[in-house]
Design a protein around this ligand. Structure first.
Ligand code: FRU
Length: 516
């Protein structure tokens, strides 16, 4: 068959349409500059928030805000991947495409065990996703009611999705920011609860079938941080000392402690209708003090036998997410983390710890016992894989000595983590850490004043080729930061503060294998 030129051109353009762009990650991609080696990334194109995280039949699903036709934010789809171990991912075709009601913004997914929606059967309960429709046409037309909530279901373990034919299930009451539904089953009243971000607060809704929603309460207009619009909320119970408390996550952009996007949390009680904050309304608590952990929420339906509250965040910041120097793909997720409550002298606090499954990446390990550092200790020779490792430092006693950890490369780009006891501050300095000229907001020293008044007992640093995640105080003090060095940081040094002696019990450096 002979094809005319226009038809050949048409076919060519058709082929260029990334039907499901690079959903298989070619091994060669692992060598792309700045490509994370064990953090979740899409094979190609733009990603932002994690969405619809749900555990079902042995798989943790991760959907994500995805623009399949470019490397910057655009009309949103839900990309999709699954994992059995929270570390190694199988990339799947796009789950939800925009339709006549709009783009598919952030949201959640649940297993409808009792088939309350009627979309499945009791034998094959449906997976139901609840997401925001963002109608760009209505927005352009100058309306303000262009965000509504829709639902879709899957009867084949999330592989294909059918949108409900009576969408939207929750109309817009005339508020511009009305989005990011997170839904959970509330045992006591046998109903679904939805928490939704509404401009500067959250609203709670209830439903018996996931289709009809009734507003039951509001929280937050006068609570916590209001540096920017509230987005991507979550609400879940956790136990501390045998007592149940409820934790609410709320991301906000802007207003984070080190600028731009960040996630605050509240702790309190929930009676099926209202959430009550147990802290003073102006007490602001952050899940992470770094610049690069946003829009994170937790997995639904993690089996009771497991019992963990599992979290993942988008490792970027709206201040520069669209211009970070990566091509082919843009953005990664944080290492999945377990969230727990911890008692501190100032009350209960939320802590984040990398999931234990990260140990499945462990390779060679080096241990340095009983070190006394008067100036510097060069640990470079202990690193067996330049761009990926975990550094654990167990101090001798609770250290009140200042110190810094320096990651550097041959061209003297460096990232420095510092503890300054006089101010009780931990900081990450990425001013000399490589490429930052893509945004005036990227470079900087980002720090946190520890809430704990005693010295530091241990530190854990998770290093990938374009990020570091710092966990101190058992996960109470967390700093997640992107970094784009021209060459990977193969050198590692520990410095004592000037004229001080640093005593260390043990330094453990563990190679982290790549997931490719
Ligand atoms: C948060 C957010 C959400 C919204 C989505 C759009 O990063 O702004 O509020 O649903 O991203 O992609």
């Amino acid at each position: 068959m002979r094809l005319s030129l226009p038809i050949i051109l048409l076919l060519f353009v058709g082929c260029k349409q990334p039907a499901d762009p690079g959903q298989t990650l070619a091994k060669s991609m692992m060598n792309e500059k700045h490509r994370p080696q064990f953090h979740f990334t899409p094979a190609a194109n733009w990603m932002n928030d994690p969405n619809g995280m749900v555990y079902h039949k042995g798989e943790y699903h991760l959907f994500y805000q995805y623009y399949p036709h470019g490397n910057v934010w655009g009309p949103m789809h839900w990309g999709h991947a699954v994992t059995k171990d929270l570390i190694r991912w199988e990339h799947l075709p796009i789950a939800l495409y925009p339709d006549s009601l709009g783009y598919i913004f952030s949201g959640s997914a649940v297993v409808d065990h009792k088939n309350t929606s009627g979309f499945g059967t009791l034998d094959n309960p449906p997976l139901v996703s609840i997401y925001t429709y963002h109608d760009p046409e209505q927005e352009k037309a100058g309306r303000i009611d262009y965000q509504t909530q829709g639902i879709a279901y899957s009867l084949d373990h999330g592989r294909t999705w059918t949108k409900y034919d009576k969408n939207p299930v929750l109309k817009n009451p005339g508020i511009k920011d009305f989005r990011d539904p997170k839904v959970f089953w509330y045992e006591k009243t046998q109903t679904w609860i939805m928490i939704l971000a509404v401009l500067d607060h959250v609203q709670l809704f209830t439903s018996t079938d996931l289709k009809e929603w009734k507003k039951i309460s509001e929280f937050g207009a006068d609570q916590g941080s209001h540096g920017g619009v509230w987005e991507c909320p979550d609400l879940f119970p956790l136990f501390v000392d045998g007592k149940e408390k409820w934790v609410m996550l709320v991301s906000l952009n802007n207003g984070a402690p080190n600028g731009g996007s960040g996630t605050q949390y509240f702790i309190g009680s929930f009676n099926g209708i209202t959430f009550k904050n147990e802290n003073p309304k102006d007490k602001i608590l952050w899940i992470d003090y770094g610049k690069d952990n946003y829009a994170g929420v937790t997995w639904s339906d993690v089996p009771k036998e497991d019992g963990r509250r599992l979290f993942i965040g988008w490792m970027s910041n709206w201040n520069y997410a669209n211009v970070v120097p990566t091509t082919v793909w843009r953005s990664a997720m944080t290492t999945p983390r377990e969230l727990k409550l911890m008692n501190t002298p100032s009350g209960s606090r939320l802590i984040s710890i990398p999931v234990t499954e990260i140990k499945s990446l462990y390779g060679k390990q080096s241990k340095q016992e009983a070190q006394t550092i008067t100036a510097s200790l060069d640990l470079t020779s202990e690193i067996t894989r330049d761009s990926q490792y975990e550094l654990m430092i167990d101090f001798d006693t609770l250290t009140n000595q200042g110190f810094s950890i320096e990651l550097s490369n041959a061209i003297n780009e460096k990232l420095i983590v510092t503890y300054t006891p006089a101010q009780n501050r931990l900081s990450v300095d990425r001013t000399m850490a490589g490429n930052h000229d893509f945004s005036s907001d990227f470079s900087g020293v980002h720090s946190v004043q520890r809430e704990i008044q005693r010295g530091i007992s241990s530190l854990r640093l998770i290093v990938d080729c374009s990020s570091i995640e710092l966990f101190a105080d058992d996960g109470l003090t967390v700093i997640t930061e992107l970094v784009f060095p021209s060459e990977v940081f193969g050198n590692l040094k520990l410095h004592a503060a000037e004229n001080e002696t640093l005593k260390i019990n043990r330094i453990t450096i563990t190679e982290l294998k790549r997931i490719w």
